[in-house]
Ligand binder design. Structure first.
Ligand code: PLP
Length: 461
């Protein structure tokens, strides 16, 4: 049993209800009596539905409407306050920003290209030649092979400022673990990565990469042995060694200020897309599409376009074996309101407020929670959230490899897979930008087994 998740969820167990239709959709007052700490819950947040999108979130207390906040043990409040204060300082500090931008350019390889996927677009062309124009934002070309390093690099620089000597992280697909191990090697910092035992098996290549980079990988065998248990274990470690440790959270999840901070560190993705699309076709994209696990690559792409309401934002979750089964990770489609890993958001949970076991073929999406800003964007309808199954993602994994010569991560394959449904519903020739969040080398061994089991006979094993 996941005790930390249990402690927070059960504390607010009575809030674990789906917002009912008969609750009034009223805009909350600017300063609502909803508070950021479990010590002072004054209002039942399930009665507050945000109907209008406010781009100026989060509030000073880390609230995205009724989502977010800081539901953590008392010991961590000091660390979070220190982190928030220092984050506000470095945000506008030209010396910090110069160092970060220099490393993003020379070490990470930014800006990443915005690539016109000609053959993928041709697949969805209509008989009259019109059809969506599909572009890939190539985060897979970053050093270490995914968007995760944008955040790990910025946070390790921040940890050095805070005088921390020990870095901890959690990882699902291993990409965040590899990125964190990489930046720790670069700066000579001690690094411990918590990883679910099941994920260590399916992402064995990344486990070895982390060890090669000098990190200690600690297997987590509790619960389902996946990302959610790794996250709980990392929080337990942090509670035990709060003074010397900085916890590099890998997504836009966790207690305030992480969802805001990770969003801002990933916002370079969307900012570059804006500049690149202006240079390529003299306008904005019409649709932005990204997979959603915790939500960091999607938020990184969406964030700069929050105010551009003519740009559609679409997040794709993992429907696993199907939404009609219990085996999926479609938190925003099927979840209910609750608290997990320090923040209020939608989550998959049982009637006691315990997190459910999620399922996805992709370790990076196999998480029963989601970042609070996505829950806010869902309720305010600023973004749309959809889901695709394991099988659809596997098909997309093969498709992109064969028609564009790009092997995508299984996580990314979910976003690609949604094109079939999306393109069938579009008119004209809209410009779609898909976040190609990571490369698929890490998944190849697991995919061989999945395809063999499925009986695919169009490929030799
Ligand atoms: C390549 C890749 N894309 C997406 C994700 C999902 O995370 P997030 O939703 O935070 O972008 C992961 C997580 O490990 C990943 O490795």
């Amino acid at each position: 049993m996941d005790r930390l998740a249990f402690a927070t969820s059960s504390f607010l167990g009575h809030l674990s209800v789906r917002p009912s239709k008969n609750v009034s959709h009223r805009k909350p007052p600017a300063t609502r009596p909803v508070v950021a700490s479990p010590r002072m819950v004054a209002v039942d947040p399930s009665t507050l539905i945000d109907s209008e999108f406010d781009p100026n979130v989060p509030s000073e207390r880390g609230r995205f409407g009724r989502f977010g906040g800081q539901y953590v043990p008392e010991t961590l409040m000091v660390c979070l306050e220190e982190l928030y204060e220092n984050y506000l300082k470095i945000k506008d500090d030209p010396i910090f920003q110069e160092e970060l931008n220099g490393l993003l350019t020379d070490y990470v390889g930014r800006p990443t290209p915005l690539y016109y996927a000609e053959r993928l677009s041709a697949r969805y062309a209509r008989a009259d030649g019109s059809g969506p124009q599909i572009y890939l934002k190539r985060e897979d070309l970053n050093h270490t092979g995914a968007h995760k390093i944008n955040n790990s690099l910025a946070q390790v620089l921040l940890a050095r400022r805070l005088g921390k000597t020990r870095i901890i992280a959690e990882t699902g697909a291993g990409q965040h673990g590899v990125a964190t191990a990489t930046v720790c090697a670069r700066f000579g910092m001690k690094c411990i990565v918590y990883m679910g035992a099941k994920d260590m098996e399916r992402q064995a290549l990344n486990v070895f990469r982390m060890r090669l980079l000098g990190a200690e990988v600690r297997p987590v065998t509790s619960g389902s042995g996946t990302l959610t248990n790794a996250l709980s274990e990392a929080i337990r470690d942090w509670v035990t060694y709060p003074i010397e440790t900085h916890y590099i959270v890998g997504s836009v999840a966790g207690p305030h200020p992480y969802p805001m901070m990770v969003r801002d560190f990933q916002a370079c993705i969307g900012k570059e897309v804006r500049e690149q699309s202006m240079a390529k076709w003299g306008g904005k994209p019409d649709i932005l599409l990204a997979c959603v696990g915790g939500g960091s690559n999607a938020m990184g792409l969406f964030s700069d376009f929050r105010n551009d309401t003519d740009v559609r934002l679409i997040g794709v979750e993992a429907a696993g074996k199907g939404l009609e089964t219990e085996e999926h990770a479609a938190t925003l489609t099927k979840g209910t309101l609750g608290v997990l890993h320090g923040a209020m958001s939608y989550q998959l949970q049982d009637k006691h407020g315990m997190p459910s076991e999620a399922h996805s073929i992709s370790a990076g999406l196999d998480y029963p929670g989601v970042g609070p800003e996505h829950s806010y964007m869902r309720d305010t309808k600023r973004a749309e959230y959809v889901s695709v199954t394991d099988d659809e993602a596997l098909d997309a994994f093969k498709l992109l490899s064969r028609i564009e010569g790009i092997i995508p991560a299984l996580e990314t394959s979910h976003a690609i897979a949604y094109l079939d449904k999306l393109c069938a519903s579009l008119e004209g020739s809209p410009k779609i930008v898909i976040n190609c969040s990571g490369r698929g080398d890490k998944d190849v061994t697991a995919v061989v087994e999945y395809l063999k089991k499925r009986g695919d006979d169009d490929i030799e094993f």
